[in-house]
Design a binder for this molecule. Structure first.
Ligand code: LRH
Ligand code: MN
Ligand code: MN
Length: 388
């Protein structure tokens, strides 16, 4: 099995958006381990993200998180990104760190708190207008800890109303993507726990509202590729937040915990028309690098996605369809497994070299001297939002 020119042409179009927060210090609730050279402001986060794109040609956009990436002048940030060869991507809102949001945000029982959260999203949309971003991503920490704590139905109805107000402001060329998560920080119930709830909410909003699927936001054992298939079938898969999970929302490097799961997901993406710039499905990472270095961590991540996409593109669709049609279970399964077990790394290295990229981007970055430079120059890096 080889990566023919058609597959290479498809791979050339791959774009994976990086999260600005992956470059800052992060950790768990037990400890944030600071690293030398981490960015001190959003400008430096973008400079670091640009290094990932430089050695891989895979990461042309950087997602921002407001208020973690708040700046006075977004046009300046946009120009800075463009000068470095990248663009500003998805704007992520934050309604989970203010005291006011103790009992929720868009689903809160108090209209004043809901309005505060809605206003924050209006601000995010204004920022999108300046940054040229297409997507507003909403992830809510809303939920309850104890049965009876609040009325789940009332909360869902209020959520619908709040989202409608936000959606009204979404521009012609913009989209709202609603992310779901089955638990945490609320432990009894979450107001957007699953794809079905997110789907019901975005369908009610309209054609520019979609579901965001974060791979780490499912219970262990969930068949995520089935959800991918279903959302693509329904035309409502807007974006991915890729990461790896061994247990829950671990936010580890995509493809690290379960490469076969990543393959299965990408097979359904390709099968369902979710791959490529015109598919309407944005690939993003949502990860933290708590103990490993951040820029190499992001390089490894985008390469993992690229390698697994290449394998998904290798699946012999015609042969698979014929085996499926014939009820030939074992042949159908082995066609899929043949693609999964194909080591595409040498072919990708060769192809990279032919395009003037380092054959091994990890090595290319290590040799660039950038890490030493930032470690020497930057003192007092900022905390990622979680700890700030
Ligand atoms: C919380 C979360 C979510 C968001 C991100 C900013 O679970 O990881 O996935 O996208 O924070
Ligand atoms: Mn996410
Ligand atoms: Mn998460």
């Amino acid at each position: 099995m080889t990566l023919n020119s058609q597959i290479l042409g498809q791979l050339e179009q791959q774009a994976i958006e990086l999260p600005s927060w992956a470059f800052a210090n992060s950790g768990t609730r037990f400890r944030v381990f600071g690293q030398p050279g981490v960015p001190r402001d959003p400008f430096e986060k973008i400079a670091d993200a640009a290094q990932v794109h430089k050695v891989t040609a895979l990461a042309p956009k950087v997602a921002l998180h407001i208020p973690w990436d708040k700046v006075d002048d977004y046009a300046k940030l946009r120009n800075h990104a463009e000068d470095l060869g990248v663009a500003l991507g998805t704007i992520n809102s934050n309604t989970f760190q203010d005291e006011a949001y103790k009992f929720g945000s868009l689903a809160h029982s108090d209209a004043a708190v809901r309005q505060k959260a809605i206003d924050h999203h209006f601000e995010c949309i204004e920022i999108m207008n300046e940054t040229g971003s297409q997507d507003l991503k909403i992830w809510l920490a809303d939920g309850t800890n104890y049965p009876g704590q609040d009325d789940m139905r009332g909360r869902q109805d209020r959520l619908t109303e709040s989202l409608a107000k936000i959606y009204e402001r979404i521009g012609e060329n913009q989209r709202l993507v609603l992310e779901y998560k089955f638990f945490e920080p609320a432990f009894y119930h979450t107001d957007v726990p699953d794809w079905g709830t997110s789907y019901a909410q975005v369908v009610a909003l309209g054609e520019r509202a979609f579901v965001c699927l974060d791979t780490g936001h499912h219970a262990p054992g969930t068949n995520i590729e089935f959800i991918v298939m279903q959302l693509l079938r329904l035309g409502k898969l807007g974006s991915f937040d890729f990461n790896s999970a061994f247990y829950a929302d671990d936010d580890l490097i995509v493809g690290a915990a379960d490469p076969f799961q990543l393959f299965r997901i990408l097979v359904e993406v390709v099968r369902g028309g979710g791959y490529g710039p015109d598919s309407g499905v944005a690939f993003m990472l949502d990860q933290c690098h708590n103990v490993e270095k951040k820029i190499p961590g992001q390089i490894r991540s985008v390469l993992n996605v690229q390698e697994m996409t290449a394998r998904a593109l290798l699946v012999d669709r015609d042969a698979l369809g014929a085996a499926q049609q014939a009820g030939d279970v074992l042949t159908a399964n082995s066609i899929l497994m043949d693609a999964f077990y194909t080591d595409v790394r040498p072919a990708l290295a060769e192809w990279r070299e032919s395009r003037g990229l380092p054959a091994d981007p990890m090595e290319g970055y290590a040799e660039s001297g950038y890490q030493q430079k930032i470690e020497a120059e930057r003192v007092g890096g900022e905390q990622a939002g979680w700890g700030a």
